[in-house]
Design a protein around this ligand. Structure first.
Ligand code: FAD
Ligand code: NAD
Length: 454
């Protein structure tokens, strides 16, 4: 087969790819210059999968979830669509644009192609990357040549079998990463309306998916090995609120043990389950580039412009291990905010270098968030040092507004808030960025008021 050649190729069709393409469009990419190659059949935003489940089951979105499901390609469509258009959801993750002068344009990416000439090479699994000859090869044997490559392959799920669990390939065990995964879970739930579900894992997927299931009146047990949920961010004090709240919502949370054989637990208990959904972490997809780029912390090492050690190759999103300027450290981040910003930074850097200009180094302030039931928290900064909890941490109270600061060397380095207003969340970001001096006593007394003064 003849090679296809492009000036720029983005490999991957997720969040970072979407934002990279959007930035390419802003920078004036010419028709035919850019291709997005993804193994999936659609351009996706994996964080929308949770919403896909909700749409299927409840036929409505809780407010605030809408943008999530449609982002980032929704943003592109909304920018490209004619004025006075409106948007509505047409099944999980595909969009119909109603516009006065376009009868209806179903956007599974086609909009990108016809509007700005970005080639979408979907259902195309890249199985070989030769960075020396600047060539990618697909499973079907097609070759793609590039001048500049943006790696946006994201992560894949860690499996129970990666932890040596037997029976982990049983057909009632599901994972959640791609749209197909969500479809399979929805199908299984539809086939068994009274299914009892066990969710394995106490991180983001465990907590968010459990909430979605409970909102659909599905019986759920959650099991995780740590003494409290979301241990990579939550302290025991924060987790106590969420565990209490989930209990109030009818979730049975089993802590401090793990699955050793399907849903047989390490402590000997066996959980009854029709369906098991597993969220035990993610691992970046870097194997295509093994031995060809420098790696660190399981990711592809980049500079502050997301340039890798290989010439003309950039890495963005979940796969990039980049300099975290604020903390004089290198880190990898598995969240959408960084995926978006890293993608924009890389494309800006590509154009700047072509024009002989320079841009500022990436200076990222970590930002994580989650929504579940009617709860919504945000966190900015670093979760290092001493902590102080403030506000109403009672899971049974009507307001449940509380937060936490992290203090290191007498300065605030991290801030968490549940149920904050938009202004308070802005203040949270600012306090984590500015890092003012404060004492634990002062913060315990002033709570979010302290951040709001900065
Ligand atoms: P991805 O979005 O995963 O995209 C990677 C793309 O590369 C995929 O299209 C994949 O198919 C493709 N690909 C991989 N290998 C190949 C190959 N060899 N050939 C061709 N294509 C390939 N983060 C938040 O901050 N907030 C949230 O609410 C949130 N919710 C989430 C919910 C779920 C269910 C999941 C799974 C993750 C969620 N995340 C959330 C994390 C967030 O989605 C990721 O951090 C983000 O998607 C990373 O973006 P990315 O572009 O690097 O990777
Ligand atoms: P995670 O890292 O958030 O949580 C993994 C959890 O797995 C751990 O907290 C632990 O409780 C559990 N675990 C580990 N080994 C286990 C074992 N052997 N048995 C039982 N439990 C075990 O990962 P995740 O929840 O799977 O999420 C996957 C990816 O998706 C991550 O990159 C995450 O950042 C991302 N995500 C983010 C959001 C968000 O930002 N709101 C939402 C969903 C997913």
């Amino acid at each position: 087969m003849a090679d296809k050649s492009f000036k720029y190729i983005i490999v991957g069709g997720g969040v970072a790819a979407g934002y990279a393409a959007r930035e390419f469009a802003k920078q004036g990419v010419k028709p035919g210059e850019l291709a997005i190659i993804s193994k999936e059949a659609e351009l996706l935003d994996s964080q929308g999968f949770m919403c896909a489940l909700e749409v299927e089951e409840r036929n409505s979105f809780p407010s605030g979830m809408q943008r999530k499901a449609r982002d980032p390609f929704f943003n592109m469509v909304s920018e490209l669509a004619p004025p006075n258009s409106s948007f509505s959801l047409l099944g999980p993750l595909s969009y119909i644009v109603h516009a006065p002068d376009v009868q209806s344009l179903v956007c599974r990416g086609e909009g990108l192609e016809s509007h700005i000439g970005i080639s979408l090479i979907l259902s195309t699994y890249i199985v070989k990357a030769d960075l020396a000859s600047k060539t990618l090869v697909s499973a079907a044997g097609e070759s793609f040549k590039y001048e500049k490559l943006v790696i946006a392959t994201g992560s894949t799920v860690l499996k129970l079998s990666d932890f040596g669990v037997q029976g982990a390939d049983s057909k009632n065990i599901f994972y959640l990463r791609e749209i197909n995964d969500a479809d399979k879970i929805v199908e299984a739930l539809k086939a068994n309306k009274n299914a009892k579900v066990v969710v394995v894992g106490g991180g983001y997927i465990g907590l968010e998916l459990t909430a979605v299931l409970r909102m659909n009146n599905i019986e759920v047990d959650m099991v995780y090995p740590e003494p409290w949920c979301m241990p990579r961010l939550f302290t025991e004090g924060i987790a106590a609120f969420y565990e209490g709240y989930y209990k109030k919502k009818g979730v049975n949370m089993i802590r401090g043990t793990t699955a050793v054989k399907a849903v047989k637990l390490k402590d000997g208990r066996v959980l009854e389950a029709d369906i098991v959904v597993v969220g035990v972490g993610a691992i970046p997809l870097t194997s295509l580039f093994e031995g060809q780029v420098e790696t660190d912390k399981r990711g592809i090492k980049t500079d502050a412009f997301f340039k890798t050690s290989a010439p003309d190759v950039y890495a963005v999103g979940d796969v990039a291990t980049f300099p975290m300027k604020m903390y004089n450290d290198v880190r990898r981040v598995e969240h959408v905010d960084h995926s978006r910003k890293s993608a924009e930074q890389a494309v800006k850097a590509i154009y700047a270098s072509e024009q002989g200009k320079s841009i500022d180094e990436y200076d990222y302030l970590p930002y994580f968030y989650s929504r579940a039931f009617d709860l919504s928290w945000q966190f900015y900064g670093d979760n290092k040092g001493e902590t102080v909890l403030f506000g109403d941490t009672d899971p049974n109270s009507a307001t449940h507004k509380f937060g936490q600061y992290w203090i290191k060397d007498g300065k605030i380095v991290g801030a968490f808030l549940e149920s904050g207003t938009p202004e308070e969340n802005k203040a949270l970001a600012k306090v984590a960025k500015v890092q003012p001096a404060a004492t634990l006593d002062q913060l315990a007394q002033e709570g979010i008021g302290f951040a709001s003064k900065i």
